[in-house]
Write a protein that binds this ligand. Sequence first.
Ligand code: GLA
Length: 676
Amino acid sequence: MTPWRKGPALADATRGRLLFGGDYNPEQWPEETWQDDVRLMREAGVNSVTVGVFSWAKLEPEPGARDFGWLDRLMDLMHGHGIGVVLATPTASPPPWLGRLYPDTLPRDADGRVEWWGGRQHFSHSSPTYRRYAAAITEDLAARYATHPALTMWHINNEYCTFDHGDEAAAAFRRWLRERYGTLGALNEAWGTAFWSQGYDTWDGVLPPRHAHYLKNPTQVLDFRRFTSDMLMECFTAERDIVARHTPHLPVTTNFMPLWAGQDAWRWAQEEDVVSVDLYPDPRDPLGGARHGALVQDMTRSQAQGPWMLMEQAAGAVNWRGVNHPKPRGLNRLWSLQAVARGADAVCYFQWRQSRQGAEKFHSAMVGHAGEEGRTYQEVRQLGAELARLGPHVTGTPVTAEIAVLHDWHAWWAGDQEARPSTRFAQPDLLHAWHRALGEAHLTTDVVHPEHDLSGYKAVFVPQLYLLTDAAIENLLAYVRRGATLVCGLHTGVADRDDRIRPGGMDARLRELFGIRVLHEWWPLETGETVTCAGFTGAPGPGSGLACGDFAGTLWSEEIEPADPDETIPYKGGELDGLPAVLRRGRAWYLSTLPEPDALRALLARIAADAGARPVLDGLPAHVEAVRRGDLLFLLNHSREPVTVVVPGTHGELLTGASVTGEVTLGRYGAAVLRR
Ligand code: GLA
């Protein structure tokens, strides 16, 4: 595969402004309403709308027919009011006629059940018929609007996420496997089919991991996940190449679901001009939601290697949790500014106007059922004005992080399977815990793939990577050899790329790095069970204040016989009494348990300080977030209680235009953006 051109960038669409707007579904409304829409958009400072995401049946009411008239009028209307259009290919929700005429376009789950039309995303990524129809409507859409002055960017499909276990997918899976392994012998070897008499004598016998009597072959499952991500990406790149041919000057994106299991977003991000993500933290827990948001934003920025696009968020409640809480006053603004602080150059929503019908009529929008009098729209309008003021100061500027946390989908896919030592956690849980600990220590982190260049970081943190390729291990070893600090968490470096356990239960190079002679056994912990670990003192230097008394290890523990570590924190009592819970050799650390949150924060902060990484600001309470972007300092209060923050020197505050000397008070869910 030749690398994607990565030509036009988000900057070509923003042109010095922050994009502000959302998904706009005008086909759900009479055209009189469009006039009201543009009036309210203008009043709210909306400068970008994403149109056509679910318009296929409207654009192609019967096979091969085209109805572009309404979209022509809409595009003209937007252009007439200075609002740019991110035009979507409508291929996420095929019209009912496609499935009716071509049942092979419908996906099947592992139990063989068809996913029928009547919802959305009912397409088989492997179906040539689906791909043919998707390409045809994309071609005509791109040809028609290529020179339209409202068009600013392409949005391909929507949240690619379908698995398919049907016959079309089975045939494609075999092709994919042939390409990966070349011979059936190599496949049998990689999948370990000697176990349970699974050896294949013909390619035709190889299937997706369909419903089975007992545990499935884990490498088959792992490869199926890789295959699914690749097939969906083929659908994406096919449409991308069509639109790019018509508009080489315009950027192309597709919106990720954050940390979604079905898509290797590191790989995908390389195929996009603009990386965009949809983010829906739960407003019931404003602080927890902010922590989740920070992780997703750091990861998206790292995938984009620069500014990124918040394609969707909710102005208020979603409708897909059991109990759906609205956003309390101020939270929409706060979380939007958080995204900008962490590198977003676009703050957009699902959706502009709340639907009156259909499955999402209880999902909030920028203009809710309460209309322009409603609090949600009023807050949106205020935010639009603030983002317009902020835009010229922030757009295109970088966020610098001194440390990185590593993440990889393949390690997650391999680790998150049946029949493991413990099914009590999945890799993203540990990623969240470690990222949160570092965030509460006010350290800004990138989130990075284990095979990427790590040389710019003072310390690298690996919450858990069960599977590490040889290239990743060599990357980590080279990083430590340069004198930098590496911290790895439990059950890391266990499997190779085929999910084959490495001899000794952890890669020998890593065992040597950490000072582990024998890794005897894994001792996973039950829910609520903990293991006591001895306290630790701060390291000499900046980490010296970060001491901690005895603490609880959670989730997991390991029976490790050390070789000659430079430092250990032992388990106290129980089966593992005296054995290392944490050990360090040189600048390489290994944590064989998940310390309770306060202890994890103290330990990681101590190690980061020792490595020379500095908090953004000293003395901040945990619920105040501080991020530097370009020459701006964002301060965000994730609490209902006002807080005063000490900021040495005199600053201009960009949201209010006030001048700030020595300290600044942040109101309930308040924010300040300071520039010296
Ligand atoms: C996703 C989708 C949207 C909408 C929202 C609702 O982000 O892309 O179409 O369904 O969820 O939260």
